[in-house]
Design a protein around this ligand. Structure first.
Ligand code: SF4
Length: 550
């Protein structure tokens, strides 16, 4: 059994299990924290250094000793690309060297570009971070497809279950998650996988910024490829190296910063001339297939391009600021998850990995397109019409790898106001159509809707008590008016704190957040999430874990 395949398989399964268990398992974001490019660029753009970034530092330091073994053995993106390359490879074809017009240092330039944008506080790492991309692929696309298939499967066996009277199957239901931008994720990955037709691991070789970062640390790894005198220069190793790390003209030369220590070359060598050993002589170290060497000028240009892109992004009309300024155009309905940092800090820290969206139990968290401008693409927002945000749920903050959403205690969570509901009277059944409807009052967990009898109207009409409304979206979700609801959540008066207590700040602002008991029979059946779901004490629940300073 191939040792590398076993390790790769184990790491992929572990990654998938942690992702599937996001919100239930501790350290579900472990793999995201291993990505040095994600962590490094986020530390730059969000101007934070946290102990949770240590795993990525360990991966970076490991490259000094083991070369890019992380890429060859652990990275789930690399493993997935290996699988797709295997499927795409025609029987008998050899691995090819990359196109000559493409610089083997492209990933380094991209890394510098992203770091340049990060210096301006703009995080663009989400376009290329390997662990962020692969989390999006499995979390937002593959898992929902599996859920949908399981749902179809249940529907298919329903007649049998009915006939055999197997009630557990008759009433079993799966509600598949759905995400906006799923097709975009699909197209990105079709392109990534198709690039494997040009050369194996194309994405890892040319586009991966984490690979670029590890390449810098792995210039002279302690354990490296060594070729003995038995080599007859047949070149089979160079032709089959998936990373193009072996010299075509002289297969004894190795570009260690490209080598992922997969050891394919040593297995293929008919002369047994290749081994990976500790401190092999450095005369084997040379840029193998690198006709273009990175120059300081190219690095500077890449960094300047990143800063320029960031500057242009920040001039956008929908650019993120923590204050509304005169003339600013901002999406009226952009509701961020509870505990999200103030908008500018949130966008600098959010890597769009989709972990929060995958873990969200109601599937209300969705990736957005341009509602927050170019720099806000694919960041998470609550879509209340799709589903409400349970005020007792703290999952998104628990799984967020960068702290873009703060982890809140259940009591603090009650005070994390995401917005305020507004009633469109011209659509409301009670106000406009003179019908009896009290749905928003019945479903509101905060008891923030009150009804008042007006002499000119036959039935009581609703008002929102703004100091009690937390913007959870129950009212908007359940409003019986078709298409757009008659009561909608807006980000008005949202409470977004970088540090400090939501409870204390909310009280200072005059909010009166309190939850109705889960046993209240008027609350919708979806609310109690299990018979014993407790109602958090909004006034005290011990120390709040999310309140260490950034
Ligand atoms: S907010 Fe969501 S998408 Fe952004 S970094 Fe945190 S978990 Fe990932």
């Amino acid at each position: 059994m191939n040792f590398r395949r076993v390790v790769q398989g184990f790491c992929l399964v572990l990654f998938l299990a942690l992702l599937a268990g996001a919100g239930h398992l501790a350290a579900s974001d472990l793999f995201l924290r291993l990505d040095p490019s994600l962590v490094g660029v986020t530390a730059l753009s969000a101007r934070v250094l946290k102990w949770i970034f240590i795993p990525a530092l360990i991966v970076l330091v490991s490259a000094v000793f083991l070369g890019r073994a992380f890429c060859g053995y652990i990275c789930p993106m690399g493993t997935t690309i290996d699988l797709s390359d295997r499927c795409l490879k025609k029987r008998g074809t050899k691995a090819q060297n990359g196109p000559e017009w493409l610089s083997p240092h492209l990933n380094l330039y991209l890394l510098i570009f992203l770091a340049g944008a990060g210096l301006f506080g703009v995080s663009l790492i989400f376009w290329l971070t390997p662990l962020g991309l692969i989390t999006r692929l499995y979390g937002l696309l593959v898992y929902p497809v599996i859920e949908l298939t399981a749902d179809f499967g249940l529907a298919a066996i329903y007649p049998i279950a009915d006939r055999l009277d197997i009630r557990s199957l008759m009433f079993a239901e799966i509600e598949p998650s759905r995400f906006a931008a799923q097709f975009f994720v699909l197209v990105i990955f079709i392109l990534i996988f198709a690039a494997g037709k040009i050369t194996p691991r194309f994405w890892c070789r040319y586009l991966c910024p984490a690979g670029g970062m590890l390449a810098l640390a792995a210039k002279r790894p302690l354990i490296r490829r060594q070729v003995s005198d038995a080599c007859n220069q047949c070149g089979i190793c160079a032709r089959n190296c998936p990373m193009g790390a072996i010299g075509i003209d002289d297969p004894s030369k190795t570009d260690h910063s490209a080598c992922i220590t997969c050891q394919k070359c040593s297995k293929l060598c008919p002369q047994d001339a290749i081994e990976f050993s500790l401190s092999a002589p450095l005369n084997t170290h040379a840029a193998a297939n690198s006709p273009i060497s990175p120059s300081r000028r190219q690095f500077l240009l890449a960094g300047a391009a990143g800063m320029g892109t960031a500057a242009i992004s920040l001039t956008g009309l929908t650019a993120a600021t923590d204050k509304y300024t005169e003339g600013e155009v901002r999406a009226a309905r952009l509701i961020r998850p509870p505990g999200a940092l103030p908008e500018a800090s949130f966008l600098s820290a959010c890597v769009r990995c989709g972990e929060c969206m995958t873990a969200c139990p109601t599937n209300t968290l969705q990736p957005i397109w341009f509602d927050a401008g170019f720099i806000g693409m694919f960041s998470p927002a609550i879509i209340p019409r799709r589903k409400y945000c349970d005020p007792r749920c703290t999952v998104c903050g628990e799984v967020c790898p960068t702290g873009a959403i703060r982890a809140l205690s259940s009591g603090e969570r009650v005070w994390a106001k995401t917005g305020t509901a507004v009633i469109y009277r011209q659509k409301c059944l009670a106000w406009e159509h003179k019908k009896s409807c009290m749905v928003c009052d019945e479903v509101c967990p905060y008891d923030a809707v009150e009804f008042e009898k007006k002499p000119e109207l036959p039935y009581p009409v609703p008002h929102v008590k703004e100091d009690r409304c937390a913007g959870c979206g129950y009212c908007e979700h359940y409003c019986p008016v078709q298409n757009d609801a008659a009561i909608v959540v807006t980000p008005m008066d949202e409470l977004r704190l970088k540090t400090g207590s939501y409870r204390e700040t909310g009280k200072i602002r005059g909010y009166k957040m309190n939850l109705r008991p889960a046993s209240d029979p008027l609350l919708p059946k979806t609310y109690p999430q299990g018979e014993n779901a407790a109602t958090p004490d909004a006034d005290s629940d011990g120390p709040a874990p999310g309140f260490e300073p950034l």
